[in-house]
Design a protein around this ligand. Structure first.
Ligand SMILES: [Zn+2]
Length: 321
């Protein structure tokens, strides 16, 4: 039999959480997490789906089958009674690279931010960027709309997870705090090395508020934990960095950008928009932002700065050192 190849990689983060990375054709490399309970499998995001495998010749492109093979090998797929575990899916936000694999779990209960139901229910094709990347828009029913600081109990089982509504990158962005493992699932609001995207669906005023909210939350928890620190399990790139440190850096970089003190590293056209990338001094955090969103942010927060002239539509990206 030919050797199995896959567009996913499997990494154990701690005793209950696994991190999967999808090697996808858009280069998003979305992270998908599985948290194992005795009778439940909690999935955070689902990747871009099988049609987005970068290498189309791999034999395994199904996120569900990939998860089930690995959990079976570790003896964690079934309950102690040999029954199938119930799937729960939490979507950190409905961008295409987080919802593309949802259809593989038709029986799962789906949890989505209750911050803006209209955003999810109306024009998901456009909002998810599925249309922009020619992905059929997933159809799904939301089992539960999450509330701010909701402590999650499912069918009598305490998940030991708290939901935080953190709009900004999108109106439906959430974070989840896993009390058991001290892990902060941050979606696309917090990660390192690559810029946070402030794009068509983003709102600067909301993001500024969410940064404050998340930082305050994580600082308080870290103080209570006395010694142990909360780590970040993000939608891309980052699966273990210190959350408080990253949030402090992101907040500083956010306001430095608005004050014109953050280094512009790149200018490019993206989906017909003029897009700027700013990184902090150490290049550990930064923002990729549509210039019109930056203008909105400047106005909202009361700063002024001169923005570079937009590039011609067919002009190549410019990088600045
Ligand atoms: Zn996103």
């Amino acid at each position: 039999m030919a050797e199995e190849t896959s567009c996913f990689t499997w990494t154990k983060l701690n005793s209950t959480i696994y991190r999967i990375m999808q090697n996808d054709k858009m280069g998003d490399e979305p992270f998908i997490y599985v948290k194992v309970y005795p009778t439940l499998l909690l999935i955070v995001d689902t990747g871009s789906g099988p049609d987005f495998a970068k290498d189309t010749t791999v034999t395994e492109k199904s996120i569900r089958s990939f998860i089930e093979k690995h959990l079976a090998a570790e003896g964690r797929l079934l309950t102690a009674d040999g029954e199938k575990k119930q799937y729960l899916i939490f979507i950190t936000h409905t961008h295409y690279d987080h919802i593309g694999g949802m259809f593989e779990f038709p029986e799962a209960d789906i949890f989505v931010s209750g911050n803006s139901q209209e955003y999810v229910l109306k024009d998901l094709g456009c909002n998810s960027l599925c249309c922009a990347v020619s992905m059929p828009t997933p159809k799904f029913e939301v089992h539960h709309w999450l509330e701010q600081n909701e402590k999650l109990v499912y069918k009598g089982i305490d998940l030991k997870i708290e939901a935080l509504l953190t709009p900004g990158h999108t109106p439906d962005e959430i974070a989840l705090y896993d009390e058991e493992e001290k892990v902060f699932f941050s979606g696309d609001s917090v990660y390192e090395k690559v810029p946070i995207y402030m794009i068509e669906t983003s709102n600067m005023a909301d993001f500024g508020k969410s940064l404050d909210f998340m930082l305050e939350y994580v600082q308080k928890k870290n103080a209570e934990l006395s010694g142990t620190r909360i780590t970040t399990a993000a939608g891309h790139v980052t699966d273990s960095a210190d959350t408080e440190t990253l949030l402090v850096e992101l907040k500083e970089c956010f306001y430095d950008m608005l004050k014109g003190k953050c280094k512009l590293t790149k200018q490019e056209n993206m989906r017909g928009k003029n897009v700027l990338t700013f990184m902090n001094e150490t290049k550990n955090v930064g923002y990729l932002i549509i210039d019109a969103k930056l203008k909105e942010g400047l106005k909202h927060f009361g700063y002024e700065m001169e923005l570079p002239e937009p590039l011609a539509a067919d002009a190549p990206a410019k990088t600045f050192e």
